[in-house]
Design a binder for this molecule. Structure first.
Ligand code: 3AT
Ligand code: MG
Length: 333
């Protein structure tokens, strides 16, 4: 049907719908409890199996960054002193957890980051765990800081994650699309680039360097001093959702641009020499390990599919008759 930019009134209605959906997506207290119990159970199983090694279990990803839902999995980093053979370590962990009754145990020892996946049927918790990959703990802290900086980030990011899941655009391993983390980086960069900005760039404010495994994982984290930063921007949740889809449907230059949370702007593919890389249609720089393109899970065909989905979503929010709708936007594929 006919499309147009939503009026102020329609935008306010969209914002109410976003707010309502957000409330529904928030994790139930019960699910938070089950996740916490799972982490305790995991820590005691591992320390019983290898006493005296002081194995620590740290959660990261959506369990820590305020963007989880009732059914989100738990991402766990097992800190196990000593670096020798992570592949063997994950296999040993898989064996022990299997013996303790965890189900659907899958071990991927050969991956860049070796992992174990399990399902705890009793607590109804799915978990992905790695050993000693502490970078993820730090990028989780960065995401959490951005989520806490402005009250619009959490609902907006949760709605876009939900939209991506419902449209099957959130399956990097199986579907050649993007991980939640990649989506989150795209949202943060979008909010850094609004005029005036909703979010600052926490790497462009002088901060103390902190080197972990050869990577600087520092960023400006005195959030109290940035309180009210986004207040100059008065865009509503509905308006921001509309602008997000418009950006990636029509404005973003897929030939040239690299999304950079670390710089708070767009970079050029050529300037990073990323124009020579494989699967470089959508470029999203990892904020700490800046040689890593988080968008490379999507090949050219997938990115074309993503663009169609951005246009579809934008269309649902520009519908003249019967008016813009978050529900249509997030309808299952
Ligand atoms: P879900 O609620 O599980 O959908 P999430 O925030 O937990 O969302 P992911 O499961 O995609 O996000 O990833 C979990 C964390 O793993 C997020 C980030 O700290 C880390 N991570 C994921 N992919 C990468 C990557 N390519 N490079 C570095 N860290 C990554
Ligand atoms: Mg996760």
């Amino acid at each position: 049907g006919l499309k147009k930019r939503p009026t102020r009134e329609e935008e306010d209605r969209l914002s109410v719908d976003v707010e309502r959906l957000y409330e529904r997506l928030l994790p139930s207290p019960d699910s938070n409890e089950r996740r916490a119990m799972f982490v305790q159970r995991l820590e005691s199983i591992l320390n019983e199996a290898w006493p005296g090694q002081d194995i620590q279990v740290h959660t990261f990803g959506s369990t820590e960054n305020l963007l989880c839902t009732t059914t989100s999995d738990v991402d766990v980093c097992i800190i196990w002193p000593g670096w020798e053979d992570l592949g063997l370590k994950v296999c040993a962990i898989a064996r022990v957890l299997s013996a303790k009754g965890m189900e659907r145990v899958v071990c991927v020892p050969g991956a860049k980051v070796p992992i174990v996946k399990v399902w705890d049927a009793e607590l109804m918790v799915a978990c992905d765990m790695n050993v000693n990959n502490t970078l993820a703990l730090h990028n989780t802290k960065l995401v959490k800081a951005y989520v806490e900086l402005d009250s619009r980030v959490r609902p907006l990011a949760m709605i876009i994650k939900y939209w991506a899941k419902r449209r099957i655009l959130n399956d990097a391993a199986g579907g050649g699309t993007l991980t939640s983390y990649t989506w989150i980086c795209m949202i943060i960069n979008f909010l850094q680039m609004r005029d005036p900005p909703v979010l600052p760039c926490l790497h462009r404010i002088p901060y103390e360097k902190k080197i972990v495994d050869g990577v600087d994982v520092g960023f400006f984290d005195d959030l109290e001093s940035l309180r009210g930063f986004g207040d100059k921007n008065d865009e509503s949740l509905g308006g921001l959702l509309y602008a997000f889809f418009r950006r990636f449907a029509y404005e973003f230059d897929y030939d040239r641009h690299v999304i950079s949370v670390r710089h708070g702007c767009l970079l050029d593919k050529e300037e990073k020499a990323w124009h020579l890389m494989q699967n470089n249609r959508l470029c999203v720089e990892e904020p700490f390990n800046t040689i890593r393109n988080l968008g490379n899970t999507a090949d050219d065909t997938s990115v074309k599919g993503l663009c169609l989905e951005f246009r579809r979503a934008f269309g649902c929010l520009s519908e003249v008759q019967p008016g813009p709708s978050v529900e249509d936007c997030c309808a299952p594929y």
